[in-house]
Design a protein. Structure first.
Length: 136
């Protein structure tokens, strides 16, 4: 399972590293150690926390659009994957945004999509394309 350093996890949640450490100290999320001995959070646990914090996050007040892009990319964590014989329903929590994509089961399998996997939802029109970024 993918692990995220505290700083990486905090950035994905949109909070400071100190806030995430306080949450860990309070038992809100379990912290482990990575191969280098640094504090880390399991991807599945981080996905659950992202889902929880995204559901309760303050939503910004909408502002007028002054420019737009034909394509928007949302970096987030896969929180749910439901597969059937042909299709897969994939949910990504990207900050306060919950993004849902329907794709072929084969595509979800090839991307290795499971809760806790870091993914990018590329949105164009009514289609959501899910990408998995390269490891650093």
């Amino acid at each position: 399972m993918q692990q995220f350093r505290i700083s990486e996890a905090a950035a994905l949640l949109g909070v400071s590293s100190d806030t995430l450490r306080r949450w860990a100290d309070a038992g809100r999320v379990e912290v482990t150690r990575d191969g280098s001995g640094r504090q880390a959070i399991d991807g599945a646990a981080l996905a659950r926390l992202a889902e929880e914090t995204g559901a309760t996050a303050d939503r910004p007040v909408p502002r007028p659009v002054v420019s737009e892009s034909a394509r928007n990319r949302f970096l987030g964590l896969v929180t749910k994957v439901k597969r059937d014989g042909v299709m897969a329903h994939v949910e990504i929590q990207a900050g306060p945004h919950r993004i849902v994509s329907l794709m072929s089961r084969e595509a979800a399998d090839e991307l290795g999509l499971e809760p806790g996997v870091l993914a990018v939802a590329a949105v164009k029109s009514t289609n959501v394309v899910v990408e998995v970024p390269a490891e650093p």
